[in-house]
Design a protein around this ligand. Structure first.
Ligand code: C2E
Ligand code: MG
Ligand code: MG
Length: 636
């Protein structure tokens, strides 16, 4: 096969189309894309000089000017051949995310050696006829080192293939296999070039390789968000990752629609989407050089180049977006914007960690305010991930501490019941309180496993301490709202108590008002357990909506007044507790008062006719054996 002008021209047109397409689309500002862009310049040079030099070589051209032009065109052709193979290599290696270090510099310097050697023998061609030469008639002739030149250039595709094969786990998912195929195609092209110098099959493989690489990195689905036309969270992570790897500061703003779910319910999907697109357009049209992504649920992330740019962006958002009187936007929506700001990215190790840290601060977002992710927030997050690990370990090893706090029967001054309260171990024997891990367990779904362990321990405790010998009538166990939604919960709790030989009448379940998601369903779940002998208390009454009518529509045996309610009554801040107690009593529910910290509180609470008291005045939380002792010594 001879060099075919049609093919060369169509290759150039083809490459140009891919290039225009690539440039016309929004691209992530990352090294992979930059190296792909540079590669095109070398490829255009390669194809254009291939065309020119072939046109000049094929006929005898003894005229002086054309003779020299043939030399120049061929040198340029070989120059770009070397350059495109080197840039191909850089393109593949850029996906491997080598971290900034001395070694990376050494690596890149060493990798230029074959190219330098190739260029040396290329530029010796006019004097020593190394790679090629042009005879007096202007005809192209191969030189003795032609094959050496091809091997030196062919080192790059082979190195690229090896790098990709060895390090492909480092490349973001979805593009790794395409990288292998793309570099393999190039290697095959070079093998042909070496084995059959007369054929011109390398350009075909080059074009194929560029196409496969384009499919790999240019697929917008991977890094774009369709709805807003902004980058996706995936894309943002790649950009953050690179900034962190290159040790560049990457100040980020997270623009949050506070109360997102509520707003969606209120304004409906269409209106909300319109608002999202409006914000996206606004953020995209700012003169500052920023990269913007739409992460999810009303969260936009803005990656800026400097702290000053971040601050300027904040002002723009507040000025133009928050205070807009745009009639097009449902009134009120623009008032719901808050910003989480992180100006220092130096403490993060990856883009993913950085993004997660900012996302976790979303709960702090407030409309109209900028909340910085500062050292305090970061400390909190560090603690949270530490507790998360301890929790996972506690569940894995079933190593959970269950303590008991006695409840005093205020009518006769005796102690026959208690509440089971959980703790877990940290490192070095530290004991972590439930306020630090229950919400995490609820968030990550491990609350079921945790509760199973606690329930098991309570059952074991009750089985080992029958009422007749220890006077322990019942133990209260806390259930999380998520558990109450589980249709298998009642069956499961009943079966397990039965298996341990514990009567369900010895167990009282405490739930809070946050479990009131579907009252009818909850009532069914409760009735199932009550039928089997169990009972229910409403925990933390006074902290939620505390709608007594709703509360009394459910079969609670008792209502627990939260410590805040007891405190505010005893300090004279609220005067309605007597009425509330009366109303509860009228509904034939018992009352437990939490937070009995001294005799004075006990007296005030007893005077209201409250049935049970719980608090440090009687006892702190106790290990099982001390709890048994406590009941033995103080009951009767
Ligand atoms: P809670 O169920 O309302 O438990 C009462 C909390 O008040 C306990 O805190 C108890 O130690 C504390 N307390 C008792 N007497 C006094 C007092 O006189 N003054 C003061 N200031 N506090 C007192 P704890 O053990 O830290 O538990 C906190 C919350 O964690 C519990 O509140 C409960 O909601 C949750 N929790 C504990 N264990 C579990 C569990 O196994 N499962 C679930 N789902 N939640 C649990
Ligand atoms: Mg409780
Ligand atoms: Mg409580």
């Amino acid at each position: 096969m001879d060099w075919n002008i049609d093919f060369a021209l169509s290759s150039i047109v083809f490459l140009a189309s891919i290039f225009v397409f690539f440039m016309a689309h929004k691209r992530l500002r990352i090294i992979e894309n930059k190296s792909y862009t540079i590669l095109f310049f070398a490829l255009f040079g390669y194809f254009i000089f291939e065309l020119i030099s072939t046109a000049l070589d094929s006929e005898p051209r003894p005229e002086a000017t054309l003779y020299y032009l043939t030399w120049i065109a061929n040198i340029a052709y070989f120059f770009f051949l070397g350059l495109q193979s080197y840039f191909f290599y850089l393109f593949f290696v850029s996906h491997m995310h080598l971290t900034k270090s001395k070694w990376r510099v050494v690596f890149y310097c060493l990798s230029t050696l074959p190219l330098i050697a190739a260029y040396i023998i290329l530029f010796l061609s006019p004097s020593l006829h190394t790679v090629f030469w042009i005879n007096e008639e202007g005809i192209y002739k191969g030189g003795q080192l032609y094959k050496t030149f091809v091997i030196l250039c062919g080192v790059y595709p082979s190195l690229a293939l090896l790098t990709v094969l060895f390090l492909w786990k480092r490349a973001p998912k979805m593009i790794d296999l395409k990288l292998v195929i793309s570099s393999l195609l190039l290697v095959i092209g070079y093998v042909f070039r070496f084995a059959m110098p007369g054929t011109v099959i390398l350009p075909t493989f080059t074009v194929l390789s560029v196409i496969v690489a384009y499919i790999g990195i240019g697929n917008p689905r991977y890094y774009m968000n369709e709805k807003t036309g902004l980058f996706s969270q995936n894309g943002m992570v790649l950009m953050l990752d690179e900034a962190i790897r290159e040790k560049k500061n990457a100040p980020v703003l997270l623009l949050v629609i506070t109360q997102y779910q509520k707003s969606r319910d209120l304004y409906r999907d269409k209106e909300m989407d319109r608002w999202l697109i409006k914000i996206a357009k606004f953020l995209n049209s700012q003169p500052l050089k920023v990269a913007v992504s739409y992460n999810h649920e009303g969260r936009f992330m803005i990656l800026t180049k400097s702290e000053e740019d971040a601050r300027e962006m904040e002002l723009l958002i507040f000025d133009k977006l928050l205070n807009t009187e745009d009639k097009d936007v449902a009134s009120g929506l623009n008032q719901n914007l808050g910003i989480i700001e992180c100006l220092d990215s130096s403490s993060y190790e990856s883009g993913d960690e950085y993004l997660r840290s900012i996302e976790r601060a979303v709960s702090l977002a407030e409309a109209g305010k900028v909340i910085p992710v500062d050292d305090e927030v970061r400390e909190k997050q560090k603690r949270e991930s530490y507790v998360q690990k301890c929790l996972a370990k506690a569940i894995r090893e079933q190593n959970v501490i269950v303590l008991f706090q006695p409840l005093k029967d205020l009518k006769n001054g005796t102690f026959h019941s208690g509440e089971a309260l959980t703790r877990i171990y940290g490192k070095d024997g530290e004991i972590i309180p439930p306020s630090e891990f229950i919400y995490l367990a609820e968030q990550n779904g491990s609350i079921r496993d945790l509760s199973d362990i606690v329930y098991e321990k309570v059952l074991d405790f009750l089985a080992a301490n029958p009422e007749e010998t220890t006077q322990i009538k019942s133990i209260s166990v806390n259930l999380s709202p998520i558990q109450c939604l589980d249709p298998n919960l009642p069956k499961d709790l009943i079966a397990r108590a039965k298996a341990k030989g514990v009567a369900l009448s010895r167990i009282n379940f405490e739930i809070t008002e946050s479990a009131f998601i579907n009252l009818d369903y909850l009532r069914k779940q409760m009735e199932h357990l009550i039928e089997a002998g169990g009972s229910f208390s409403l925990d933390d009454f006074g902290t939620g909506y505390s709608d007594l009518a709703r509360v009394t529509s459910l079969p609670f045996e008792s209502i627990k007044f939260d410590i805040s309610l007891v405190r505010s009554y005893c300090s004279g801040q609220n005067t309605f507790l007597p009425y509330l107690s009366k109303a509860v009593k009228n509904n034939k529910r018992m009352i437990v008062a939490e937070g009995i910290e001294d005799a004075d509180i006990e007296k005030k609470v007893s005077d209201l006719g409250i049935d049970f008291g719980q608090g440090f005045h009687y006892s702190k939380v106790l290990p099982p054996d001390e709890f048994v002792e406590f009941i033995k010594n103080q009951a009767n």
